[in-house]
Design a protein. Structure first.
Length: 172
């Protein structure tokens, strides 16, 4: 953490914790049973949903543009996992590979790292683009959301007889 700027202490902590979060995402993608099914959907779909949510909502959900399909080759509507939400489709004919998830996660990681390069502590209380949520709320909300999905993915993986995916905590 760079504590040279006293106005970036909290931002530095958030950056460090987000790096651990992203490492856990990478490890989950690497070790998860992507084909395990819960509620009629394969695990890869929940992981894609989590990555897409990070992409859309950690920085500014009100100013989000879907990435070009060439980023990972996955159609954005597959991030919708609730059949009651507009745009949902079952899509049993679609298969997403580990490599596609890794590419999208890497793309999102670069965006998040660049975003943290622009932040200081005073900005955490601001609502980007006059949105509903502060930057701090968006960051913490996504940390909560992604860890929920990583836990779901871990549980699904273990239920299929595979080992627990690697997890990194506060102390490494």
């Amino acid at each position: 953490m760079n504590t040279a700027n006293s106005n970036s202490i909290l931002t530095g902590i958030l950056r460090e914790q987000t790096e651990i979060l992203l490492k856990n995402l990478d490890d989950q993608i690497a070790g998860a049973d992507l084909d395990a099914v819960i509620d009629g959907l394969p695990n890869w779909r929940y992981l894609f949903h989590a990555i897409h949510s990070l992409d859309k909502s950690l920085i500014n959900p009100d100013d989000f543009t879907e990435p070009d399909i060439s980023v990972c080759g996955i159609e954005p509507d597959l991030s919708i996992i609730d059949e009651k939400r507009p745009g949902y489709r079952q899509a049993p004919e679609v298969t997403v590979t580990r490599s596609q998830l890794e590419r999208y996660a890497s793309y999102v990681r670069r965006k998040i790292e660049s975003y943290f390069d622009t932040l200081d502590d005073t900005m955490l209380a601001e609502k980007p683009g006059n949105g509903r949520f502060t930057r701090l709320t968006l960051i913490l909300g996504q940390a909560r959301h992604i860890m929920w999905h990583l836990g779901l993915s871990s549980g699904l993986t273990v239920q299929t007889g595979k080992p627990w995916p690697v997890y990194t905590g506060l102390f490494g």
